[in-house]
Design a protein around this ligand. Structure first.
Ligand code: UVW
Length: 340
């Protein structure tokens, strides 16, 4: 039997609660009964695409470490395997064929944050020294291996995004319409603001639900037509207040399986100043990804769904949102679908 990866778990975490080697965290709460409950919300068979075109926001102003997708093409014969005439394989063939390859930052546009995206320096083995550690005690350099590590076998060998892909990401989405309350003004939404929004909509959130936040941010990005204005974006639309402990406790208690927002980071980034000598710079990411194993969806596109839900006095829908089954990735582009 392998030695346990940790003997101290972070305060407020659920490490070990879904098993010592669990890799899907709160998705464990998405049971067949809860999926059936989600399917029962479908009345019209109308679908909404919840993804931006994946070449948005455009450029790298929104986040300088992520760049727009780039296409590549393999050579074939005298040219490329693109608009390639198969007659050069056999003169009797009339086909023209194209293939492509893409270099893509997995979190450039509409995306899932995997559990390997954010960890913390934390003393999980109780030796008095903090180490790089992720959800359920998986270690940086051991299970989550990058180019600075000794091994060249890169990737998240545990908690990779493929675990989310096989977890069956289909359940009930509950859309909180923050755009209706705040418009495109910058607003820091904590527990009180979120509860007031839910109450105002007559919406309830139950265990197994996906909490979806419509703020208008992705609409603004689309309007900027791939020339994003960083200053405007930084000062626009609602974001969650990751420093609000009451909000973090509600996330723990609510049983939600993920938070999916149309903004850049779900939470304010940078966050309000923290306390103590060391604290997370991304407190909501820390609470969700690191402590609870709860995935975050970012830069989703909710405008048309939100409009439809407003017009029909509804908040819930069937959400189908698998990431790519890409072994070892810490995030993934997504093309989620809402069905109402
Ligand atoms: C960062 O890593 C800043 O952001 P995110 O997870 O929000 O894409």
């Amino acid at each position: 039997m392998n030695a346990p990866r940790w003997n101290h778990r972070p305060e407020g975490s659920n490490w070990g609660d879904f098993g010592p080697d669990d890799q899907i965290g709160r998705m464990n709460l998405l049971t067949p009964e809860r999926r059936l409950r989600a399917i029962r919300t479908v009345e019209h068979g109308i679908t909404f695409c919840l993804s931006l075109p994946l070449d948005y926001p455009g450029g790298n102003t929104l986040f300088q470490h992520r760049k727009a997708p780039q296409f590549f093409h393999e050579r074939r014969g005298e040219g490329f395997n693109f608009n390639f005439r198969l007659s050069s394989v056999c003169s009797c063939f009339s086909d023209v064929v194209s293939d492509d390859a893409v270099m893509m930052y997995t979190q450039y546009s509409t995306q899932w944050d995997g559990l390997g995206h954010v960890g913390q320096m934390f003393d999980a083995d109780g030796d008095g020294l903090p180490e790089k550690v992720y959800y359920n005690g998986y270690r940086g350099g051991v299970e989550v291996v990058g180019p600075d590590d000794v091994s060249s076998d890169f990737g998240a060998h545990a908690i990779g995004i493929e675990r989310l892909a096989t977890a069956g990401v289909q359940g009930r989405g509950v859309l909180v319409d923050l755009e209706r309350i705040h418009g495109r003004r910058r607003a820091l939404v904590g527990y009180d603001g979120l509860m007031a929004a839910l109450e105002g909509q007559g919406a309830t959130v139950e265990s197994g639900d996906f909490l979806c936040l419509y703020t208008g941010f992705a609409d603004l990005i689309l309007e900027m037509n791939k020339q994003p204005d960083g200053e405007v974006l930084k000062n626009s639309c609602a974001v969650l207040d990751g420093r609000d402990e009451k909000l973090l406790q509600w996330i723990t208690d609510s049983g939600i399986v993920a938070i999916c927002a149309d903004n850049f980071a779900v939470e304010a980034y940078p966050a309000r100043p923290g306390q103590g000598e060391h604290h997370p710079g991304l407190p909501l990411h820390n609470h969700c990804l690191f402590k609870l194993g709860l995935n975050l969806g970012e830069l989703w596109y909710f405008a048309e769904l939100a409009q439809w839900l407003r017009a029909h006095g509804r908040s819930s829908f069937l959400l189908t949102a698998p990431p790519l089954r890409l072994p070892g990735a810490v995030g993934s582009p997504a093309t989620p679908v809402a069905t109402v």
